[in-house]
Design a protein around this ligand. Structure first.
Ligand SMILES: Cc1ncc(COP(=O)(O)O)c(C=O)c1O
Length: 497
């Protein structure tokens, strides 16, 4: 037989280390470092600006020659681990950010370690995700025929829920001919407190921002049912085509929970799809005390929620449930010869996740959620929800007792908005004073609320999805807010003197 000489480029290159002991040592060192970070996080500043030498690293061009694992791990220890957003800290309450957990980190490490791609194949990752979806179906009293998928977060969960709703209401033609085939412009209804991810879904689904009716809310920031009915009636009179209602199980600004049972009934009466954005509040269904507030969620046609918010799992993981599993699959099923499902072997996965969402390849996000629920159980997680709500009520009482602070909206769940009321500065400057106060709280590493506007006023916003917060952390927040508020007032008085 003629000998074939190896070509110069086939010298068995690999990305595996030649010496596994080095990477083993470095991996253990990195693991120890992040565990130290987590166990000691209370003693660190909530957040700090990156120093110049760390920022300079991010300006370097991609190296032509590799730097080696020692150098790369050392860079992570020096320049990455000390400068996160701060979500893990007990006084991080900005936006709606979960804290993360040690078991979630271990699960992510395992998922990356075996380089799992979840949902598509006949393997353990797909079964774990299927089990998790089943647990969520049970939690929210969805029927056994309901389906679901783990997503990157609630933005994509909202997108998927509304995509199925659009297809179900407009019909098969939308898949083949797009929205050009529809008779009457499709309209979606929600409250004016809705999260921007629903705006994005309207744009991405070709429905158009103008066709999202943001209906007025009542004094508790809950969707006004009469205003909603009026909007639907008016649109029908004008020849438009109502297709869906989006209810909020916890609004982003104040945590308001719409009357989901009433919205479900209205949607049924009007023949509309009922989607619930439960990114913030839905998982409070784990608490026997809070569960009643979500009444009606079990009637949703689609339900979006987030594990990386109020289940505290590390980023990223959300979920969407669809009541009618067949409709769900119809929206995302496309034929591809290279993805046929055989009766046996690796690809024998009849319910592949690629038939339930826009992604084909997906990371194994379900593992950290599954691991965390198994480690702690639903009851313990529900008790943490109770604790977070009780802490917000404690904060509300502290604010009521402090003359320089004002709570600016009801706090029905785990979110509270408030502001500093200066003694000596006129109201037209209060927004600027509160903006400065917020930046000082963050920049000094004391606490991290974020901000929003309530009735047009700039306010500080505390969203408590933090399993590390203690009641005394809220005492400290109030004390420091008043101290810094007085400091800013003092500086303003000096300037005008
Ligand atoms: C009510 C609500 N819906 C949706 C989202 C989007 O969620 P995610 O950031 O997980 O995509 C958020 C995020 O804060 C939210 O508060």
């Amino acid at each position: 037989m003629r000998e074939i000489a190896p070509s110069p480029s086939t010298d068995n290159l690999t990305l595996d280390p030649q010496d596994w002991s080095t990477i083993r040592r470095l991996a253990h060192q990195a693991l120890d470092e992040v565990l130290d970070f987590q166990s000691d996080v209370r003693n660190r500043p909530v957040w700090r600006e990156m120093p110049a030498n760390s920022l300079a690293l991010m300006d370097e061009a991609a190296p032509r020659q590799g730097l080696g694992s020692e150098r790369v791990v050392d860079d992570m220890l020096q320049h990455i681990i000390p400068y996160p957003t701060g979500h893990a800290h007990p006084r991080f309450w900005g936006w709606v950010c979960g804290t993360g957990t040690p078991i979630g980190m271990v699960a992510d490490m395992v998922a990356a370690g075996v380089n799992a791609s979840a949902g598509t194949f006949n393997d353990a990752p797909s079964r774990v995700e299927a089990q998790l979806i089943g647990w969520m179906r049970d939690l929210f009293d969805f029927p056994s025929t309901a389906s679901g998928i783990v997503t990157s977060g609630a933005s994509v969960a909202n997108l998927i829920g509304l995509a199925v709703g659009r297809d179900a209401l407009i019909g098969e033609s939308v898949r083949t001919r797009g929205l050009t085939a529809t008779k009457g412009v499709p309209i979606v209804y929600t409250s004016n407190q809705v999260h921007s991810s629903v705006d994005k879904a309207m744009m991405l689904l070709g429905l158009g921002l103008e066709n999202l009716r943001k209906v007025a809310v009542d004094d508790n920031f809950c969707l006004d049912l009469q205003a909603l009915q009026n909007a639907i009636d008016e649109d029908r009179r004008n020849g438009l085509r109502p297709i869906a209602i989006v209810g909020n199980a916890g609004t982003v600004n104040t945590g308001a929970i719409d009357d989901l049972a009433a919205l479900a009934a209205l949607a049924r009466r009007e023949g509309l799809w009922f989607h619930v954005d439960g990114a913030i509040g839905a998982l409070a269904a784990m608490s026997p005390d809070l569960r009643a507030r979500m009444r009606g969620i079990e009637s949703a046609d689609s339900l979006a929620f987030d594990f990386h918010k109020w289940l505290y799992v590390p980023y990223e993981a959300g979920c969407v449930l669809i009541r009618n599993g067949a409709m769900h699959r119809r929206s995302f099923s496309v034929a591809a010869t290279y993805l046929e499902t055989p009766p046996r072997g690796i690809a024998a996965q009849p319910d592949s996740s690629y038939l339930r969402g826009p992604q084909l390849s997906r990371g194994f996000k379900a593992l950290k959620v599954w691991a965390q629920i198994r480690e702690y159980g639903i009851e313990h997680l529900g008790r943490l929800h109770d604790q977070n709500v009780a802490q917000i009520q404690h904060l509300s009482r502290l604010i009521a007792a402090e003359p320089r602070l004002e709570q600016t909206a009801p706090s029905p769940l785990n979110i509270l908005c408030f502001r500093y009321i200066p003694e000596t500065i006129p109201p037209e400057s209060w927004d600027a004073i509160n903006g400065e106060l917020l930046m000082r709280l963050q920049e000094r590493g004391i606490a991290a609320p974020s901000s929003t506007r309530i009735h047009g006023d700039f306010v500080l916003r505390v969203a408590n999805t933090n399993h590390r917060s203690r009641f005394e952390d809220f005492d400290l927040l109030v004390r420091e807010t008043v101290r810094i508020g007085r400091e800013i007032e003092g500086e303003a008085a000096l300037k005008t003197a």
